[in-house]
Design a protein around this ligand. Structure first.
Ligand SMILES: NC(=O)c1ccc[n+]([C@@H]2O[C@H](COP(=O)([O-])OP(=O)(O)OC[C@H]3O[C@@H](n4cnc5c(N)ncnc54)[C@H](O)[C@@H]3O)[C@@H](O)[C@H]2O)c1
Length: 704
């Protein structure tokens, strides 16, 4: 749709209808703004018009602003002028909201005089998720419509509300069913008949009674997901305070200043980087846009353990029919229990209706019969992590399933190529590396074996998106993307620092203060220290590593200090099974391991811990890019934010490296290499990019 046509004016009797038509989601850009302005001018000249309705064409109203405008700067007409033209229109303006009405879409709606939502509409201000203060009047109009407390609540949450809640809050005036234009025109006719006036939001007062610092603090705590460690909320609080204390136009000016400033913060740049990174992962040149995946209808999962049951739910939740097979009656029963208790918890916490849980459960058929996988289009193997067992299972599956079926493995460490060779269809064997809990975690590492075909890869990427995961493609090498960086980079370095004198808890605290969800020892204790040892044992068959390499974990495992499940690991768990205390036994072990290697111990600062932990991630990440294990630096960021708890508002390790400057990063790597050698050898790609004064962002740009 050409720009000048992205808004159309039509007429039904005495009601004008402005239709925003910019597929797929009517995102606002300069064309939409100028289209609205032109439509308003034309409608104003029509003396017969009694009211004006604004609607969105297609399946949604306006899902937000066109984010590509943000980098370049907003061109004329501005949001301010456009919304002022709507608000000061001499006849009543009614907006009809259906589908998604987010960000700039809601801001436009709030400048209209009356709001009607079609059942199912979602209204929200997701800007906080991008580190942005809305800049088209949301912080001034929303408090006038629903009060400052509810307004700040919506701004800090970023999550949309439904029509019923919006009506309760008086954000909208009515709920309607059916076709948006009909609903809008009917509402307009009734309004005109009853003499409903123009009603500019800017003229409304703000009810201030319950808006104080205590109320604000409560909201900030309630929305820790979007406020913890971040800064955007401060500017939002200031603008909402401004809506209470300042005249409307001064409030708008304050909002504009803070909104413009928010666009330049590191936080916002990082969050926007992640937003685009998450949407770019499936663009892989060898797959191309024209290559379509195979149709996948029936799914089978083999192995009903922790992962198998989670994977079954991930597919079941997306509407797939799933057969879940286990070789052991107890194994299958355990899987059934995991699924039942997960759905029970979901319903109890209001995440799911009882009917939805029942339907999802019914889509999963547990069975002990290996032949039940016969009609599956995709089988995901999730048995124990053992090469010989997995080869045997894949060989059997190869004989049972149809010739077009894809066989996937959920291995976290074994060579997918070698597993593929155990079948007669290595081109149809691929790694689907889910993260635990598989029904929740967004990341899906797709591991491409040497023989895996483009068609199989395309199918895996499509299916990954269908089950609402973020698929990232990795080559089939040591630890794929995530575990390689964790083991060679960060976790190995964490143990190295323990040997050199840093406390187990000191490292966790420093890394958590940087923004990680959990420090390395807490991760190990939760996931099972033995699991890591097992994974490394498998990996070492692929390639060796120089000592010391995660030797603290590997010493704790045979002692039975395997983590929370044993009541002891890096920490001891006596009082609360989840809150660990330091244990002198562990300190003693670390001191002994250090002494055996002649490592001198010293005092660490939190800064040194974070620097070494993160630099190692960056350096191994650069190696992975150089080797072609990951295709884009941004893919690595997605893996670390969604699979390993790297703070999203820092943008992932590679983007963070860019914000530090690669010259600085390479310099610090060399500094440590001079002192520590070995694992500190700067990556060749890092050196190259630093010498060119380039960045990982540039590296990615050259690839796409
Ligand atoms: N646990 C994690 O966090 C995690 C994360 C990613 C990947 N993985 C990988 O997922 C796989 C499964 O791990 P898990 O933690 O779910 O293990 P688990 O021990 O919980 O479950 C394995 C299940 O497989 C069944 N099984 C064994 N042999 C079988 C056979 N021949 N046919 C059918 N079923 C068989 C067992 O009875 C058991 O129920 C492993 O390869 C593991 O490396 C695990």
């Amino acid at each position: 749709v050409p720009k000048q046509q992205s808004v159309q004016l039509s007429k039904t009797g005495t009601v004008g209808v402005l239709t925003v038509n910019r597929p797929p989601v009517n995102a606002v850009d300069a064309g939409v703004r100028s289209g609205l302005m032109a439509g308003l001018r034309e409608a104003a000249l029509d003396t017969e018009l009694a009211a004006l309705v604004i609607v969105g064409a297609g399946r949604t109203f306006i899902a937000g602003a066109d984010l590509s405008e943000l980098g370049a700067g907003i061109s004329n007409p501005s949001y301010g002028d456009t919304l002022a033209a709507i608000e000061t229109f001499p006849k009543p303006v009614i907006v009809v909201l259906h589908g998604e009405c987010l960000g700039a879409g809601l801001e436009i709606a709030m400048a209209c005089h009356y709001r009607v939502a079609i059942t199912g509409a979602k209204m929200g201000l997701p800007e906080i998720g991008l580190g942005i203060v809305p800049g088209a009047g949301a912080t001034q109009r929303l408090p006038r419509l629903i009060g400052p407390v509810a307004a700040l609540d919506m701004l800090l949450s970023g999550a949309p509300i439904d029509a019923a809640r919006a009506l309760d809050l008086k954000l909208i005036d009515a709920i309607a069913e059916g076709d948006p234009i009909t609903a809008g025109v009917n509402y307009a006719h009734n309004l005109v008949a009853s003499g409903g006036p123009v009603r500019p939001t800017r003229l409304k007062g703000v009810a201030t009674n319950d808006f104080d610092d205590a109320a604000i603090a409560v909201l900030v705590r309630a929305h820790s997901k979007t406020t913890k460690g971040r800064t955007t909320q401060r500017a939002m609080i200031e603008t909402v305070k401004g809506s209470v204390t300042l005249p409307f136009d001064e409030g708008l000016a304050l909002e504009k200043t803070l909104s413009d400033a928010s666009l330049l913060t590191r936080e916002s740049l990082a969050l926007r980087h992640m937003f685009f990174a998450e949407r770019a992962t499936s663009a892989i040149p060898s797959v191309g846009k024209d290559l379509k995946g195979l149709p996948i209808k029936a799914i089978a999962i083999v192995g009903a353990g922790t992962m198998g049951s989670g994977i079954a739910m991930a597919f079941g939740d997306a509407g797939y029919r799933v057969t879940l097979v286990d070789a052991q009656a107890e194994g299958l029963e355990r899987g059934r229990k995991i699924i039942r208790s997960t759905y029970e918890a979901n319903t109890r916490r209001g995440r799911m209706t009882a009917e939805a849980a029942k339907a999802a459960t019914a889509r999963i058929t547990p069975t002990l019969d290996p032949a039940a996988v016969a009609d599956a289009d995709l089988v995901v193997e999730a048995v124990f992590e053992d090469m010989e067992l997995k080869k045997k299972v894949l060989g059997q599956l190869d004989r049972i399933v149809g010739p077009r079926a894809i066989i996937a493995t959920n291995t976290s460490s074994l060579a997918v190529t070698e597993l593929g060779a155990a079948t007669r269809r290595p081109d149809k064997v691929i790694g689907l590396h889910f993260f635990s809990p598989a029904q929740i975690m967004k990341l899906l590492e797709i591991v491409r074996g040497d023989e895996t075909s483009n068609e199989t890869l395309a199918t895996a990427l499509e299916i990954g998106k269908r089950i609402r995961k973020i698929p990232v493609v990795s080559a089939d090498s040591f630890g794929f993307i995530g575990n390689r960086m964790m083991l060679d980079g960060a976790f190995r370095e964490a143990e190295q620092m323990m040997l050199e004198g840093a406390g187990v808890d000191q490292i966790d605290r420093a890394v958590e203060a940087f923004g990680f969800a959990m420090g390395p020892s807490r991760v190990n204790d939760m996931a099972g220290v033995d699991i890591g040892t097992l994974v490394r044992r498998q990996l070492m068959r692929r390639a060796s590593r120089v000592d010391p390499y995660c030797i603290v974990s590997d010493t704790l495992t045979p002692m039975g200090r395997v983590g929370q499940k044993a009541g002891k690991g890096f920490y001891s768990y006596s009082a609360d099974p989840r809150v660990g205390e330091l244990d002198p036994e562990v300190t003693g072990i670390i001191e002994r391991l250090a002494a055996e290697r002649g490592i001198t111990r010293s005092v660490f600062s939190a800064d040194e811990i974070v620097e070494r932990f993160v630099l190692q991630l960056i350096n191994v990440g650069a190696d992975i890019l150089d080797e072609g294990v990951a295709y884009r630096a941004a893919d690595i960021d997605v893996v670390w934010v969604h699979g390993y708890g790297f703070p999203r508002h820092v943008g992932g390790p590679m983007f963070y490296a860019d914000t530090l400057g690669l010259t600085h990063v390479a310099e610090r790597m060399r500094y440590w290499y001079d002192r520590k050698g070995s694992y500190w050898k700067p990556s060749a790609l890092l050196e190259r990019l630093a010498a060119e004064r380039s960045s990982f962002t540039n590296f990615d740009r050259r690839r796409t």
